[in-house]
Ligand binder design. Structure first.
Ligand code: CS2
Length: 487
């Protein structure tokens, strides 16, 4: 039987501590994927149970029809499986009230974005979803949704277009603006989204520029919960645990963290009930997470995938590679000023334990995607800091060499794979047919808008990357890992 109500669930399954139908919608969420379901939807579920309020979520996917097709027939209910070393727990989440796909459900989505009851618009559209130019902080005109929306601002399909359009309609109707809550792994994500919207408005609705810059709140957030893409095994496990078929089930780790700047002029759910930490300045937490967790993730994804490790937990079983993960975490920690109340060494150890969780099937290939969008905040920014502080470059050089080797699109055994990067064609064309490792490094470092000048200009870094890349190419990734770990 399909999961459609809270009736008939076994007592081992946790269910919402409130009656979902008694709570109205207060949040529109863009990017209705596994991460949203495991993180913000779960936290909001706990907040509703603790303090109530009209804070249920209208979930929207901008492109894929799957999330709405899965959640719609289930009245928004889904099973969240939390997997830790101690075992697995199932919980049914009731915070998602509606699920739409922008294409077919356009009228409903636009109505939700302009409804007075909508007080927050939150987002998890991945780094590449925004159409942000890192070079200018404004819009990337070549991004498909941005170029569409610049040409047709009254019929938007992308994040910047939709939000500026909705804020404009609200303002004209005398409705307060919503708070914009970016939950993607980007540095200073609130500010970043604000400058994207300001630049988009400058080009399409100049009268909105000051309003967006001064009247709309964009609290920054640090979000953390490792959430593998759901698989048929996830759905089978949910069915076994709940006795119900659930097409929208998702699995995640037990750990969860959310740090938010408390700037919600029109209110917010009582997320503190879910352990959310509200702070004045989220930057140091974001930096810690991006450089340590995500930086190590990217490093181990490229090297681990090419060494034949399918899952992150397999990487942590490979002693030399696990040692390099620890080395990377320590090097990343050394690039940041101390954060009162946080012990970076303890954080690193906790990350290693999370990565080693054998019950979480988190694929290295999943993390490896979108490298050109992830490297800047994960690897390149800390590498700049390491150069200016005269710290060892080897950990960053190794991570970058592994990414460059990955950009070949072929394993050591000759098996081809898709890079799944928005700059895939450009990356392939850059490395294709180039022989020398030094040339490959120089060409990739010269890609427009990717490597900051201090990196491209550092001969020591270039040479270190080229040397490691050469070992990876001539001896294979597994041998290169052993060489690196014994250096
Ligand atoms: C990962 C993240 O796929 C990736 O790039 O590094 O999704 C990571 O699992 C989350 O940020 C953990 O909070």
């Amino acid at each position: 039987m399909r999961l459609t109500s809270l009736e008939g669930l076994p007592s081992s399954v946790a269910r919402p501590g409130y009656t979902p139908a008694n709570h109205g919608v207060g949040i529109v969420h863009l990017g209705l994927g596994a991460f949203h379901k495991a993180h913000q939807a779960a936290a909001t579920d706990a907040a509703l149970a603790a303090e109530g309020g009209d804070w249920r979520i209208c979930g929207v996917s901008l492109r894929s029809r799957d999330p709405a097709a899965q959640l719609g027939p289930q009245n928004g209910l889904f099973t969240l499986i939390e997997r830790s070393a101690e075992g697995s727990k199932a919980r049914v989440i009731g915070s998602v009230a509606q699920a739409f796909c922008l294409g077919p459900d356009r009228a409903e989505v636009l109505a939700a974005l302009t409804a007075p009851s909508t007080r927050i618009v939150s987002l998890t559209v991945t780094e590449k979803g925004y159409g942000l130019s890192r070079a200018t902080g404004g819009v990337d005109e070549a991004h498909p949704a941005i170029s569409h929306d610049l040409a047709a601002p009254e019929a938007p399909i992308g994040v910047a277009g939709l939000l500026v359009w909705a804020l404009k309609v609200r303002r004209a109707a005398g409705i307060s603006p919503f708070t914009v809550l970016c939950c993607d792994n980007l540095p200073e994500n609130g500010q970043l989204l604000r400058s994207l919207l300001v630049d988009f408005a400058r080009r399409t609705a100049p009268e909105m520029v000051d309003f967006i810059a001064t009247e709309v709140a964009f609290p920054s957030t640090m979000v953390d919960r490792i959430t593998p893409a759901a698989t048929p095994e996830t759905l089978a496990a949910a069915e076994e645990m709940t006795g119900h078929r659930d097409e929208a089930a998702v699995e995640t780790e037990a750990f969860t963290q959310w740090v938010i700047e408390d700037n919600f002029p029109t209110g917010r759910p009582a997320w503190e009930a879910a352990g959310v930490m509200f702070v004045e300045d989220v930057r140091p937490y974001e930096e810690m997470k991006l450089r340590m967790l995500n930086g190590a993730h990217s490093m181990l994804a490229y090297s681990g995938f090419l060494a034949g490790h399918r899952h992150v937990s397999d990487v942590m079983q490979d002693a030399p590679l696990a040692a390099l993960v620890r080395r990377h975490l320590a090097a990343a920690a050394a690039t940041m000023p101390a954060l009162p109340g946080v012990d970076f060494a303890a954080y690193a150890e906790a990350l290693c334990a999370r990565f080693a969780n054998p019950h979480l099937k988190h694929q290295t290939y999943q993390i490896a995607m979108d490298g050109t969008e992830k490297l800047p905040q994960r690897i390149l920014a800390p590498c700049v800091a390491a150069i200016s502080a005269g710290q060892p470059l080897a950990p960053f050089a190794f991570a970058l060499a592994a990414w460059m080797r990955y950009a070949f699109g072929q394993t050591g055994a000759g098996e081809a794979y898709a890079l799944r990067d928005p700059r895939e064609d450009e990356l392939r064309a850059t490395v294709n047919g180039v022989e020398g490792s030094e040339d490959i490094v120089a060409r990739l470092m010269a890609l427009p808008g990717l490597f900051p000048a201090p990196l491209a200009e550092s001969a020591a870094l270039r040479e270190a990357i080229a040397k490691k890349l050469e070992t990876m190419r001539s001896q294979g990734m597994a041998a290169a890992i052993r060489t690196e770990a014994s250096a």
